[in-house]
Ligand binder design. Structure first.
Ligand code: AMP
Ligand code: MG
Length: 314
């Protein structure tokens, strides 16, 4: 069986081709970039423009054609409404033209399942930290359970908002990581509520300190130390509570070496193992959508778009 997966929830239009064994035959993407953030009309225009080219490249890379494809999986949500619709209309047209079934999947679940498949894990505790999402998730009776999450901003979005204030460009995470290497610690609020975290108050405090003349290097270092320690604490609590001894980090913020180091130390100290995903599977792409489609083919069909679909919802 060969599945085509189409991603279009936000900045990236991506197409992946995967076999039922989890062999990634192709994974091609084209990312919208701008100075002003994700402007919906421009994102739609971008996805419309690149869709056929990305498809062509994916077929070429995977040495496949429409006749090899068993069905089309697409990311139905969560995501930016106009970006989801442009992707949906594309897959709908392709499905009709080539007589293929559609399987709409959850983008967040796809991030988790590709990481689990890649690392050959059995039953991990997931830490999913992207732009919009910050969640600690486990599997229970074949369903995802959110053990803890941000009560306001996703950590990536918080870092990007800071980036906009100090004009270090988007995405800000990588630059913040570099600046942090030259910083020292200043006190910031540490906001853990049970197994949930909150970042917006920290950002406000950081803005106030910036106005008082604290350097951006010190603020980058302190933001990282504080926010990552908060995550390590709640993840450890979730692991202790559920008895899971594997931790899998997914999402763009997972690229951060200091975050990985802190989670790795926490895992070692409790006799657990820490895993992450390679960069080409960490960000948004079509291969994860194809794999999630393979796993969920009996569960979902054409579900149109679901902009607010949570991982713990059917
Ligand atoms: P995603 O939504 O999964 O594509 O992740 C994008 C987010 O990851 C953005 O908010 C980036 O700022 C953030 N990010 C990327 N690289 C790093 C890094 N090295 N450190 C911290 N955050 C990062
Ligand atoms: Mg994503």
């Amino acid at each position: 069986m060969i599945i085509l997966g189409v991603e279009s929830t936000a900045h990236t239009f991506g197409i992946g081709v995967i076999s039922e064994k989890g062999e990634i035959l192709a994974n091609v993407k084209d990312m919208f970039t701008s100075k002003g953030g994700l402007i919906p009309d421009e994102v739609v225009e971008h996805h419309q423009k690149v869709a056929e080219v990305v498809l062509e490249k994916a077929f070429k890379q995977g040495k496949v054609s429409w006749s090899d494809i068993d069905f089309i999986a697409y990311s139905a949500g969560p995501g930016l409404d106009p970006a989801l619709w442009v992707g949906y209309h594309k897959v709908k047209a392709w499905a009709k033209e080539h007589g293929k079934k559609l399987v709409g999947v959850n983008h967040c679940c796809a991030h988790l399942s590709i990481g689990k498949m890649f690392n050959k894990l059995d039953d991990p505790c997931y830490l999913y930290v992207s732009g919009v999402n910050t969640q600690i998730v486990v599997e229970e009776d074949g369903k995802y359970r959110v053990m803890g999450e941000t009560l306001d901003l996703g950590l990536g979005n918080m870092l990007d908002k800071f980036g906009r204030i100090v004009k270090i460009g988007f995405p800000a995470g990588p630059e913040i990581e570099k600046l942090a290497l030259k910083g020292k610690y200043v006190d910031l609020p540490y906001v853990v509520k049970g197994m949930d975290v909150s970042f917006s108050g920290i950002l406000t405090k950081v803005e106030q300190l910036l106005d008082k003349g604290i350097s951006k290097e010190d603020l980058c270092f302190s933001m990282q130390e504080t926010c990552f320690a908060m995550l390590a604490e709640v993840v450890e609590r979730a692991m202790a509570h559920t008895g899971k001894n594997e931790l899998l980090l997914v999402g763009g913020v997972g690229a951060n070496k200091r975050l990985c180091e802190m989670l790795d130390i926490m895992c070692k100290e409790r006799g657990a193992k820490f895993f992450k995903v390679p960069m080409d599977l960490a960000g948004d792409q079509g291969a994860m959508i194809a794999w999630e489609g393979y796993l969920r083919q009996k569960e979902f069909g054409d579900v149109e778009v679901r902009p607010h679909w949570r991982v713990d919802e059917d």
